[in-house]
Design a protein around this ligand. Structure first.
Ligand SMILES: *[C@@H]1O[C@H](CO)[C@@H](O)[C@H](O)[C@H]1NC(C)=O
Ligand SMILES: *[C@@H]1O[C@H](CO)[C@@H](O)[C@H](O)[C@H]1NC(C)=O
Ligand SMILES: *[C@@H]1O[C@H](CO)[C@@H](O)[C@H](O)[C@H]1NC(C)=O
Length: 342
């Protein structure tokens, strides 16, 4: 709150004149009387007022309506006063100017055209009549963040005070992904972009908060913040985990990943593996069975049809004793001296 500054040029002349004449008369007594007179005069003609503005910045979500409170204390009718809201260094191109009992749009700063109006500090406020000169700004943009000066002037003087606007942005819903590392360990990661300011990120399994292995923030375009975190979790100790990002009450996101369902997915693949192994085993058994069958049939001495082209190697591998007569054997076969080969 700043002090009320009196408009000296407007108020003082009678006193100054009196002072001059008192100096001419040069009597201490007269000075004292005049001093008292001046003091009583000023309290009688000037309605002293100060401002009531919030000390903390006003927070508003991107695209929402900002209400920047400012009101005169003690409350007094401000309808006949000049109310000017401006950004520092833009006194002449204000955000909003109310003068001569109406809004003056001619000199308004371009980025606020159609978006600024006088609002109500509270629903019960009497507005200008009650000294409420609150600024209402709709469709808030990132550029709107910063300092706003609330300035009220009357014939007697002016008062000004600053209100700070903080624009917040709620980022994207968290994107969760889970990658199974081994039987009872899942790497769950959580990513979300476009926050302002930096959100807090918390992991939970529904019973307790979990400590992430890593939590990183990075700033991107227009100072918007991205968050990235991952955690190692075990499906046997918690059926699900959640990742929540919070700016404030109502400005938050939560994402959950069901670890049981996730566990079901690798199980089908391991089930498939088992099936493949079983199938492979069955195949091996089948081959062995066939081999044994061949061997048996070989021992029972299946006669090799003469003149037929037989894949001797296959038969030999199957355990069949192949006996060849060098005289009847096909000419492309060489028969070993003992006439047998295993
Ligand atoms: C505010 O935004 C809404 C929707 O985004 C739009 O329809 C409206 O015209 C905007 N108002 C102003 C004053 O810019
Ligand atoms: C307002 O914004 C500034 C800078 O962006 C930040 O440092 C500050 O913590 C914010 N204050 C609130 C109350 O959000
Ligand atoms: C978990 O996943 C993140 C990617 O989101 C990766 O950076 C990290 O190295 C992984 N950790 C382990 C132990 O696999």
């Amino acid at each position: 709150m700043s002090r009320f500054v009196r408009d000296l040029t407007h108020d003082m002349p009678p006193c100054v004149i009196e002072k001059a004449s008192s100096r001419a008369l040069n009597t201490v007594m007269r000075l004292c009387i005049l001093a008292a007179l001046c003091a009583s005069l000023s309290t009688a003609t000037t309605e002293m007022f100060t401002f009531s503005v919030p000390k903390d910045p006003v927070s508003v979500r991107l695209g929402h309506v900002a209400t920047m409170p400012c009101s005169l204390t003690p409350s007094m009718n401000a309808e006949g006063l000049e109310v000017r809201w401006y950004r520092p260094k833009h006194f002449d191109n204000p955000v909003l100017l109310y003068r001569e009992r109406q809004i003056q749009e001619a000199l308004q700063q371009a980025q606020y055209v159609g978006r600024a109006s006088l609002g109500l500090r509270e629903v019960t406020s009497d507005g200008l009549k009650g000294g409420d000169v609150t600024l209402k700004l709709v469709n808030v943009t990132l550029r709107d963040q910063g300092e706003y000066v609330c300035y009220v002037s009357s014939d007697q003087g002016y008062e000004s005070a600053s209100v700070f606007l903080n624009v917040t942005v709620v980022g994207t819903p968290p994107l969760l992904s889970a990658v199974r590392r081994d039987a009872d360990s899942v790497n769950v990661s959580c990513v979300s972009h476009g926050w302002k300011p930096r959100p807090s990120l918390q992991w939970s399994d529904g019973r307790q908060t979990l400590k992430p292995e890593r939590l990183d923030y990075s700033s991107g375009a227009q100072g918007l913040v991205s968050a990235h975190s991952w955690i190692l979790s075990s499906p046997s100790s918690a059926p699900w985990v959640s990742c929540s990002l919070v700016l404030s009450e109502g400005e938050e996101w939560e994402g959950r990943v069901d670890l049981r369902n996730l566990a079901a997915v690798p199980e089908t693949s391991s089930g498939l593996q088992t099936a493949v192994i079983i199938l492979a085993l069955l195949l091996v058994l089948f081959v062995v069975f066939i081999g044994v069958l061949y061997k048996k049939r070989g021992r029972e001495s299946t006669p090799v049809p003469k003149g037929d082209i037989v894949d001797i190697e296959t038969m030999r591998q199957a355990g069949v004793n192949v006996t060849l007569d060098p005289n009847t054997a096909p000419p492309y076969l060489t028969v070993s001296p003992n006439d047998r080969r295993h």
